[in-house]
Write a protein that binds this ligand. Structure first.
Ligand SMILES: [Ca+2]
Length: 196
């Protein structure tokens, strides 16, 4: 289940502005955080297929472990019966998509760290310099965070306006160095050891 493909680290300026421009105005409100009964907090995040990067509201640190579990159906082209898929995406790879070697429309993640902002002399537009990492998630995956930043979720596609539907993603996290937390999602309490 866990896919350990390499995480790509990017440094972008200008391009980063395009990335942020894909966000819905004002961003999307993160969902309510619900503490699990016997484990780390699990956050439920809706990822509409046509929304661009969804801000989870979660700031992550290097070494922290994130466990994702996703469900839901989306269409990558409204009205096209061949364009429906779950978080694993369509069995299709195109020449242009954010994570190039994974299925089109699959659930992907992005951790972005803003380095600086500056103003373009010609256009007057704000340019955001940032470091970011993109990674495949799919229906279920555990990821160790490589860089500090804000966690965003989205689809592995560049043409988003014609999409419909949404994924629902549960995000569970464990701090770096924490060996007491649960590996993934809450499990039933373990039985006490039998007395000798
Ligand atoms: Ca599309």
């Amino acid at each position: 289940m866990a896919r350990m493909t390499a995480l790509r680290v990017f440094f972008a300026s200008g391009i980063a502005a395009l990335g942020f421009a894909a966000l819905a105005p004002g961003g999307l409100a993160p969902q309510v955080q619900t503490p699990a009964a016997d484990g780390p907090a699990v956050k439920k995040v809706a990822v509409p297929a046509d929304a661009g990067w969804v801000d989870t509201g979660i700031d992550v640190a290097p070494g922290e472990e994130l466990v994702f579990r996703a469900a839901g159906e989306v269409s990558l082209q409204r009205g096209n019966p061949e364009a429906g898929c779950g978080p694993g995406g369509l069995d299709l790879i195109t020449v242009e998509q954010p994570v190039p070697d994974e299925n089109l429309g699959a659930l992907i993640g992005r951790v972005a760290q803003l380095v600086s902002t500056r103003t373009d002399e010609d256009s007057g537009m704000e340019i955001r310099d940032e470091i970011f990492v993109l990674f495949f998630i799919g229906p279920e995956r555990t990821v160790t965070v490589p860089v500090k930043g804000r966690l965003y979720l989205g689809l592995n596609e560049n043409v988003l306006k014609d999409n419909a539907g949404e994924f629902t993603v549960l995000v569970s996290r464990r701090p770096a160095g924490d060996r007491t937390g649960l590996k993934a999602f809450p499990r039933p309490p373990s039985r006490p050891c039998a007395r000798p």
